[in-house]
Design a protein around this ligand. Structure first.
Ligand code: NI
Length: 207
């Protein structure tokens, strides 16, 4: 192959990788603060934290729900999109592992997958997707405005990326698992570096 084709291919690969990965980590600045992890891992709800709160969305059965649908439960929330080729499935698999490791202790936790891409992630798409992971994982979607509100409240970075090289758009996004208390206040944030064992241990600080 000639140099021009090589260059084009290289550029495509690089763009694809950027599309996959560039958003990861950016969001940390929005969900963290300069004091970093020591604050994130506080055992009480983050003091003065403005992250979290109620929501108005649509579950994977197409039923409108708000936070009262999961009243009294802790929540493990992940934000992503079903078309994500690598990071989202890895993190949802991690949540599945966490739930399995917690066993009965996990009964008070509701795992939630909230889409950042409601345009493609309809309730039906979400239902098929969450079924690949944990039987209690609930997928949430909604109108763009409903989703935008939740993304803002949870300081999630999400951005649509259109590229000439890719046939369809992809999404840049931050990748964190949020542990919320039953009052929808933030307890902990887990990054991609935190494995299932670490998360289980951290959750056991709370109950
Ligand atoms: Ni993703």
């Amino acid at each position: 192959m000639n140099d021009d084709v090589k260059k084009r291919l290289t550029r495509s690969v690089v763009l694809a990788l950027i599309a996959l990965c560039v958003g990861v980590g950016i969001g940390f600045y929005q969900v963290s603060n300069p004091a970093g992890r020591s604050v994130v891992k506080m055992s009480a709800p983050m003091a003065g934290s403005l992250i979290g709160g109620g929501f108005s969305l649509v579950n994977h059965d197409g039923v409108p729900v708000d936070e009262t649908a999961f009243a009294g439960r802790y929540k493990l929330i992940y934000f992503g999109f079903t078309y994500c080729p690598a990071i989202c499935p890895t993190e949802l698999q991690k949540i599945t592992q966490v739930m399995k490791k917690l066993g009965a202790d996990g009964d008070v936790i509701q795992p939630l997958f909230i889409t950042i891409d409601p345009e493609r992630d309809t309730a039906a798409v979400m239902k098929g997707y969450v079924g690949l992971f944990h039987e209690r994982l609930v997928g949430l979607t909604g109108s763009q405005a409903q989703v935008d509100k939740v993304l803002k409240d949870y300081r999630v970075y999400a951005n649509k990326v259109q590229s000439e090289e890719l046939s369809d758009y992809t999404m840049d996004h931050s990748s964190y698992i949020y542990l919320m208390n039953p009052e929808d206040q933030l307890l902990s944030i887990y990054s991609m570096d935190d494995d299932a064992d670490y998360i289980v241990k951290d959750i056991h600080k709370y109950f």
